[in-house]
Design a protein around this ligand. Structure first.
Ligand SMILES: *[C@@H]1O[C@H](CO)[C@@H](O)[C@H](O)[C@H]1NC(C)=O
Ligand SMILES: *[C@@H]1O[C@H](CO)[C@@H](O)[C@H](O)[C@H]1NC(C)=O
Ligand SMILES: *[C@@H]1O[C@H](CO)[C@@H](O)[C@H](O)[C@H]1NC(C)=O
Length: 489
């Protein structure tokens, strides 16, 4: 009897092991390895939900929230649609060539290639938010509203819940999808009791807060000059995979074909849920290497690879910090009905949220963080199968986001000392700031260790903003007069 109980226990324990091992090592799914083309649900599915700990002490209440989100899943852009049209022509030619030269190999050519047409063929417009992209932002809003009732329980007013987007339609549409979710049931419009809300955009020519990468001359020059180096880093991987695919599929691929097929794989898997066509040409090892080449590019052109990539985001961090300071002040002044800004909701691009995450010191280990503090360059993310923190699919999937939630701890009624804390959520999961050593960072510590040291990077001087831009900015009416010039001071 005893023995059988024991063996039962052993059995249970091994079951547990089996179970937890399963939970951490998920079966390979290409849809989680698409760098910044990864869908939000696939990305969240990967991040370790178990590490989700809401360590908010008793007596603390969220009083203000800043959201900076990337637009949701979008269609390929016009340029990419053209690339796919070319690929269709190329594939047809390759199949014909193979059939002509050696018809006995024809059966080895994947069936779908034989008569593939781009699903976007003939489309002259691209880059718009897809239905799935709308859902991503809409559902994000429902979760955020549920999670922070103290913040979203006020009546709508554009100054209490300002919603901003870049002047790019997919970002603006993302803002609308989010707002629709956030305010559904709170209005008078239609069966969903929706309500109207405003989304404001800064002109693209002067959007120093959300579209700084398009204004910062130093950055644009760096990006152009770095591109050949990025291609050089990718080349040996693409070359190896090209040879492997030639012998595997008996088609005479060139390097450009492989690059286009990887692009097609990402689009098919992310937008169409098709993983057995273009993605099926590659094996798992190859996909992990292709993902790594994409991650290298994001690292070098948008991330920690070069300090200008994220220093140009300092105005955004500064603006966000200011909204929190103002919220604290309004809170201290005890304004009637708590009528002050509760949440600033902003919708932009990978080129916005990646630098912003870097300014917060996310996705680094302690050594790397210290290097960044000393303004030393980081090593490139290591090649698979080595592990790396830097993964575009986690850092900036479609609808990827960062939230800075401001908490007030203690209450005036009970005469306790009031203190303020910040929690950072990356894709809705609390992250520990290395600068603070905790995911519930005292406001003063956040100011001293994260914000203040960065303020020395003045946008105008590090970006070498041309006079042309400054002229545009000067014409922008109040309340936008914070723009470029004020960072000169
Ligand atoms: C995938 O293909 C590569 C050649 O590109 C080969 O070296 C590798 O062993 C293959 N991996 C798997 C898991 O089949
Ligand atoms: C995508 O395909 C998988 C099977 O490969 C299926 O389980 C899943 O439901 C599909 N998802 C969508 C959104 O169609
Ligand atoms: C409030 O802060 C002061 C000074 O930091 C401290 O002496 C006092 O004990 C605190 N009071 C409470 C109720 O925590």
């Amino acid at each position: 009897m005893k023995i059988s109980i024991r063996s039962l226990t052993v059995l249970c324990i091994s079951f547990l092991c089996l179970f937890s091992a399963d939970a951490t090592v998920k079966p390979f799914d290409v849809r989680r390895h698409l760098c910044t083309v990864t869908r939000y649900d696939m990305s969240r599915d990967t991040s370790n939900v178990a590490s989700f700990s809401s360590a908010i002490p008793d007596g603390c209440e969220a009083i203000h929230l800043n959201l900076v989100a990337r637009h949701g899943t979008r269609s390929p852009t016009k340029r990419r649609i053209k690339e796919l049209d070319k690929l269709a022509t190329r594939l047809a030619a390759l199949v014909e060539e193979a059939n002509r030269e050696c018809s006995s190999e024809a059966p080895k050519i994947p069936g779908w290639i034989q008569k593939w047409e781009s699903p976007w063929k003939g489309r002259v417009k691209g880059g718009e938010l897809t239905d799935m992209g709308e859902q991503e932002l809409y559902r994000l809003a429902l979760r955020v509203k549920d999670r922070f009732p103290d913040i979203f329980n006020r009546d709508y007013h554009p100054d209490i819940y300002p919603i901003k987007a870049t002047q790019v339609p997919r970002a603006a549409a993302s803002a609308v999808a989010f707002g629709t979710g956030l305010f559904s049931g709170k209005g008078t419009l239609g069966p969903g009791q929706n309500r109207a809300f405003s989304v404001v955009s800064e002109s693209l020519a002067s959007d120093v807060l959300l579209r700084f990468n398009k204004i910062c001359t130093t950055y644009k020059d760096y990006k152009e000059s770095e591109k050949p180096e990025v291609e050089e880093l990718k080349a040996p991987i693409i070359e190896d995979i090209t040879s492997a695919l030639i012998s595997r599929h008996h088609l005479n691929f060139k390097r450009q074909d492989i690059a286009s097929l990887w692009f097609l794989c990402k689009q098919q898997a992310s937008l169409l849920n098709i993983t057995d066509q273009a993605c099926g040409l590659f094996n798992e090892t190859e996909i992990l290497l292709l993902e790594w080449t994409d991650d290298l590019e994001v690292f070098l052109l948008k991330g920690y690879g070069k300090s200008i990539n994220y220093w140009m985001g300092v105005p955004l961090l500064r603006d966000i910090f200011q909204t929190m300071q103002e919220a604290i002040q309004a809170n201290e002044e005890n304004q009637p009905g708590g009528m002050y800004e509760r949440a600033q909701l902003q919708f932009a691009h990978a080129e916005t949220i990646i630098p912003f995450g870097c300014l917060l010191g996310l996705f680094l280990d302690r050594d790397e963080y210290e290097k960044i503090q000393r303004a030393e360059p980081l090593d490139l993310p290591p090649k698979p199968p080595q592990k790396r923190n830097w993964r575009g699919s986690l850092i900036s999937p479609f609808a990827g986001n960062n939230m800075l939630v401001l908490y007030q701890c203690g209450s005036r009624q009970t005469d306790q000392n009031i203190s303020y804390h910040i929690q950072v959520l990356h894709n809705e999961v609390p992250v520990s700031l290395l600068a603070c050593g905790t995911d519930f960072c005292p406001f003063e510590v956040f100011k001293e260790r994260v914000v203040d040291p960065l303020l020395k990077h003045k946008f105008d001087s590090i970006c070498d903003v041309k006079n042309a831009v400054r002229d545009v900015v000067v014409e922008v009416p109040k309340p936008c007069s914070w723009s470029v010039n004020s960072y000169n001071s």
